[in-house]
Design a protein around this ligand. Structure first.
Ligand code: ACO
Length: 311
């Protein structure tokens, strides 16, 4: 990298301009972007599994159509994000291999089982709600293709969040057993949802540099607080209890105080030892193997129809 290239990059960041694929960028910036975008893409693709498990068991045709559309949106987000990673010179097949071999991460949240149909609603409400909190600021992330991808993804995530909340409202108007299913799902997903934002700031090795490069606009703890403040009134409107005895409004701070998730659990889940890690990766590997003939056929077709080959 030339000195002029370094200066151009630093100036663009200082002026809040976007970094585009052909621009000079430090190797560390490129690596960080590939890491975050790939992890995000993997999360969308693996994230199809927990809810996908309920497509054949949705209670009505309407719920099934909504769920199918939502899971397809997640596939779309994944592909969109792999395209963004490719603008940085990453290879999609290589990223998938790294995921399958456990060399690249995906979100901890998708390593928990979906035990009842209420989980579909709670994933929409809490998990997609947390994703929106995290991703709306990423629409202003410094890397252009990632920031632009986030705009469309956030719009779709908002629809996902609404459908989850509407599903839960419907169940809460139902019989006592349905209300109990909703409360049980909230109890199981609350703490893992808070963990989605990553470790506490003091234990987050990447935050300081990513904030300096304007990749991240807020720290993990800031976004977690924003999520709690946003969710408490929604829980009240729904009529469910959030399973945290320390949760209360703090008028002095103008925010809710809340308890700490089990950070050891997050570490275990991230390192591959969560309740569903093995199954999630096995299924991803099987899907990759089952799809190999499609990729080979597409590559053969592209080679046969390219002018270089036919001339
Ligand atoms: N699940 C899995 N890994 C995590 C999680 C989590 N919830 N939180 C943090 N990590 C990993 C980080 O990737 C990092 O690992 P690495 O350095 O080996 O890559 C390590 O734990 C330390 O964390 P941080 O220093 O805080 O890492 P970072 O600055 O990248 O912040 C965060 C983590 C907030 C998840 C950030 O990467 C981000 O905003 N990513 C984009 C959003 C995203 O990936 N969402 C996916 C789930 S949402 C959905 O798909 C519906």
């Amino acid at each position: 990298r030339s000195d002029a290239g370094v200066a151009r990059f630093d100036e663009a960041i200082a002026r809040d301009q976007r970094i585009e694929p052909a621009d000079d960028m430090p190797e560390g910036y490129r690596r960080t972007m590939v890491r975050q975008i790939a992890q995000h893409a993997h999360s969308e693709i693996i994230g199809m599994q927990p809810e996908g498990d309920w497509i054949t068991r949705a209670p009505t045709l309407r719920r099934k159509a909504i769920l199918l559309a939502k899971v397809q949106d997640e596939a779309g987000h994944g592909l969109y994000l792999y395209s963004a990673a490719e603008t940085l010179g990453a290879d999609r097949g290589d990223l998938t291999r790294r995921l399958i071999e456990g060399r690249q991460k995906y979100s901890s949240i998708f390593n928990y089982p979906t035990r009842s149909f209420a989980d579909v609603g709670v994933i929409g409400w809490l998990v997609d709600g947390a994703a929106i909190c995290n991703q709306v600021p990423l629409c202003r992330s410094s890397y252009g293709p990632y920031a632009r991808a986030m705009i469309r993804i956030c719009k779709e995530e908002s629809f996902h969040q609404r459908q989850g909340y509407e599903l839960l409202m419907t169940m809460m108007r139902g019989i006592p057993a349905q209300r109990e299913m909703v409360q049980d799902a909230v109890d199981r997903w609350w703490w893992p949802s808070l963990m989605m934002f990553g470790p506490p700031d003091a234990d987050s090795p990447n935050t300081a540099q990513s904030m300096a490069w304007k990749i991240k606009r807020h720290t993990n703890d800031e976004l977690r607080q924003r999520f709690v403040d946003m969710t408490v009134p929604q829980a009240e409107a729904l009529g469910v209890t959030l399973p945290d005895p320390d949760l209360r409004w703090n008028a002095e701070r103008g925010h809710h105080d809340f308890g700490q998730p089990d950070w050891d659990e997050l570490r275990r889940v991230i390192s591959g030892d969560g309740p569903m890690n093995a199954q999630r990766l096995r299924r991803r590997r099987e899907a990759d193997e089952d799809g190999a003939w499609v990729r080979e056929a597409a590559a053969a077709h592209a080679a046969a129809s390219s002018p270089a080959v036919s001339s």
